[in-house]
Design a protein around this ligand. Structure first.
Ligand code: IMP
Ligand code: MG
Length: 183
């Protein structure tokens, strides 16, 4: 194999693009049913949620707007720092809006609980969360994630928007990395 090929860095594929796509269709159908007749503002959390937002939103039939926020919770490592900083705020006013936060993964839930409190303080009609992936640690915090794609084991994963040191976001599947990548 070519040393520059990303395939050599993958240990195990946890979720294929077909599995992810089928699950996002299901979530979109539930969201369509729940938001029928309402306005919907999808809020994507950069950069990880780019893939989920693109795919989930294209399965929706509901009229939806899209906005983006960037927050920092991780450095280039693999553990949540617990410190959340807004790097890019929303363009939209949330007053009276039905907000659906679109996330890649809920790990400790620290980022999300902070984000929920922050967005709820802006006077929206409702705030819910859709996440492609959830790890077991998320159960420890009181965050109610209404739409969850997959519950996955407590392993560090990349792909489908998720990075390790900003790489691997472009993989169309969710996978673990080979040990040599970390060393
Ligand atoms: P939390 O605050 O611990 O829930 O972390 C949420 C953020 O950490 C996610 O939006 C991701 O950016 C990042 N993260 C958590 N777990 C992983 C992982 O397994 N791979 C890559 N990024 C992760
Ligand atoms: Mg993220």
């Amino acid at each position: 194999m070519d040393q520059s090929d990303v395939a050599g860095d993958i240990a195990n594929i946890l979720l294929t693009r077909e599995q992810i796509d089928a699950k996002l269709r299901e979530l979109a159908a539930r969201i369509d049913a729940d938001y029928a007749g309402k306005d919907l503002l999808l809020v994507g959390v950069l950069k990880g949620a780019v893939m989920v937002m693109a795919d989930l939103s294209r399965h929706l039939h509901t009229r939806a707007e899209m906005d983006w926020m960037a927050v920092s919770s991780y450095g280039s490592g693999t553990k949540s720092s617990g410190v959340v900083r807004i790097l890019k705020d929303l363009d939209s006013d949330l007053t009276g809006r039905n907000v659906l936060i679109v996330e890649d993964i809920i790990d400790s839930g620290l980022t999300l609980s902070w984000l929920l409190a922050n967005l709820r303080s802006r006077g929206p009609a409702s705030v819910e969360v859709a996440a492609a992936l959830r790890k077991p640690g998320a159960a420890k915090v009181e965050v109610d994630v209404k739409y969850v794609g997959f519950d996955i084991p407590n392993e560090f994963v990349v792909g489908y928007g998720l990075d390790f040191a900003e790489k691997y976001r472009n993989l169309p599947f969710v996978a673990t990395l080979a040990p040599h990548v970390y060393s």
